[in-house]
Design a binder for this molecule. Structure first.
Ligand SMILES: Cc1cc2nc3c(=O)[nH]c(=O)nc-3n(C[C@H](O)[C@H](O)[C@H](O)COP(=O)(O)O)c2cc1C
Ligand SMILES: [Mn+2]
Length: 473
């Protein structure tokens, strides 16, 4: 798989793509059709006939694990937990650098200077109170560290301001922001390219917390199992994926700001009032012949963003815990329904007194868990971290609120947490819920377990009982 087109073809073949040929308006209608289809657990959508445009729009790429699995080249029955584990394993091995090629389909069309109009693309208005039309949702911004040459891909939402300027909302501390600060010190503008399309892994990796000074391209290579093809653009010298659909090439002036937002976010709430933010001044647009525009629907979970965050935060939290070499970790899960970031569940085989609480306190101290997470639930190893019914059962029968809870008063938060007052969202409290029977108890309650011999006997006689399905035990 080299590009978005290959991904769409594979989705189609597996019944995971629905094409809409009826005319749909970019103004609210498109996002609403997509959102309602996502809520029904529907397929990815390709809008072929967007009012006033002849360019198709793709949405809902990752709202089910089965399509996420296609992008990740994993078996389609894999759960999110399985997919995260594969991600963790592949990205903590040797990384694979991209391969520079002379040309690629992204060079097929070039638009320069005053010929550029960002609204020549079928940019949706997603929700009624959005500050404008957002061209960048399924997007990644490419920048380069002027000192070390580190190439970063980061997904930051992008609102169209006018013909050739669009906002880039880089939250403080994100890699794009750290690089921009260097340019600011040098009194220079930062060259940057916003890209849509290419291998879908590019967007997945661009929106993941990849470690500082690690090139996202190398992570994409590791997940692909082969190098990604890149071309070097003459205007900025930044490496672009050769098979991308659309590239907006330009620069960001660290000292020039335009009011951006609000935007109906993946938490199900709007981000606050318009705030002055940096923007991309687009000097050149590249696109393939017959380009496909790609967008992520937002609003209340489940949506693409929550799924992506669930995937990459589960993987990075799992990797963090592995790095700490805490024994007994069985599975880790940050559910998409927690907006893909606010709650974590870890399953652990308890080996010594205090072990389960060690896991809980470890989680909130990891790189992943120290940002925005507000709760950890630790369960015993007979329960998978992504089996919510069993997790709730655990909280019912192994958990005593006073004994099993610890509250941490101050942790790093996110400005997108709607449970905090709008003007003080820097700090959040955290809760650790230890839903494990204390290891040191001498007199443990006795689990009702099925008798092994009888189970074996039942398995042998299964067909005799007239069941039409095979035993799964
Ligand atoms: C669709 C989507 C939109 C996002 N929008 C933003 C955003 O506007 N600002 C931001 O800082 N992070 C945003 N994120 C999260 C970042 O992509 C994520 O933190 C990523 O790690 C950033 O890359 P970096 O670590 O290289 O800075 C978004 C993620 C997704 C999936
Ligand atoms: Mn990065």
């Amino acid at each position: 798989m080299n590009d978005l087109r290959d991904f769409l073809a594979e989705c189609k073949e597996k019944g995971e793509l629905h094409t809409i040929s009826a005319e749909v308006d970019w103004n609210l209608e498109l996002s609403h059709v997509a959102k309602l289809n996502e809520e029904a657990g529907g397929a990815g959508l390709l809008f072929e006939n967007v009012k006033g445009y002849d360019m198709p729009v793709f949405t809902s790429a990752f709202t089910t694990p089965s399509r996420m699995a296609i992008a990740l080249r994993q078996p389609s029955h894999y759960s999110m937990c399985n997919l995260s584990r594969e991600w963790m394993l592949l990205t903590t091995k040797e990384l694979i650098k991209p391969k520079l090629v002379d040309s690629g389909p992204i060079m097929e069309n070039v638009i320069e200077g005053d010929q550029i109009n960002l609204l020549d693309f079928p940019v949706p208005l997603f929700n009624k109170l959005d500050g404008g039309r957002f061209i960048g949702t399924a997007v990644y911004l490419i920048t380069k560290d002027p000192d070390t040459g580190w190439v970063n891909l980061g997904t930051y939402r992008m609102q169209v301001h006018d013909n050739n300027r669009c906002g880039v909302q880089m939250i403080k501390g994100k890699h794009g922001d750290l690089t921009l600060r260097k340019y600011k010190e040098m009194n220079k503008k930062m060259p940057a390219v916003a890209v849509i399309g290419g291998d879908p892994l590019l967007f997945l990796v661009g929106s993941s917390m990849i470690p500082f000074q690690t090139d996202e391209y190398d992570i994409v290579g590791a997940l692909r199992g082969e190098p990604l093809e890149i071309v070097e653009n003459d205007l900025t010298g930044l490496p672009l994926p050769a098979h991308a659909e659309i590239a907006l090439i330009g620069e960001i002036d660290p000292n020039d700001l335009i009011g951006e937002g609000p935007f109906g976010e993946y938490t199900g709430y709007y981000s606050g009032e318009p705030i002055p933010k940096t923007f991309l001044n687009v000097k050149r647009v590249l696109h393939r012949n017959n380009p496909i525009f790609w967008a992520c629907i937002v609003g209340r979970p489940i949506n693409d963003v929550c799924m992506i965050q669930s995937l990459n935060r589960t993987a990075s939290l799992w990797a963090d815990l592995e790095t700490m070499k805490i024994p007994g970790i069985k599975s880790v899960y940050i559910p998409a329904s927690s907006s893909g970031r606010f709650w974590a569940v870890v399953s652990v085989q308890q080996l010594y007194p205090g072990h389960s609480m060690q896991v809980g306190t470890a989680v909130i101290s990891t790189t992943t868990g120290s940002y925005g997470l507000k709760g950890v639930i630790v369960v015993e190893d007979d329960i998978a971290a992504d089996d919510w019914d069993q997790v709730l059962w655990s909280l019912s029968v192994r958990y005593d609120p006073k004994r099993s809870t610890q509250i941490i008063n101050r942790g790093r938060s996110t400005s997108l947490d709607p449970s905090l007052p709008i003007d003080s969202r820097q700090i959040v409290s955290r809760i650790i819920m230890d839903a494990c029977t204390p290891f040191e108890w001498k007199d443990k309650p006795k689990s009702v377990l099925l008798d092994k011999d009888t189970v074996e006997q039942v398995r042998k006689r299964w067909k005799e009982f007239g069941f039409k399905y095979d035993p799964s035990f």
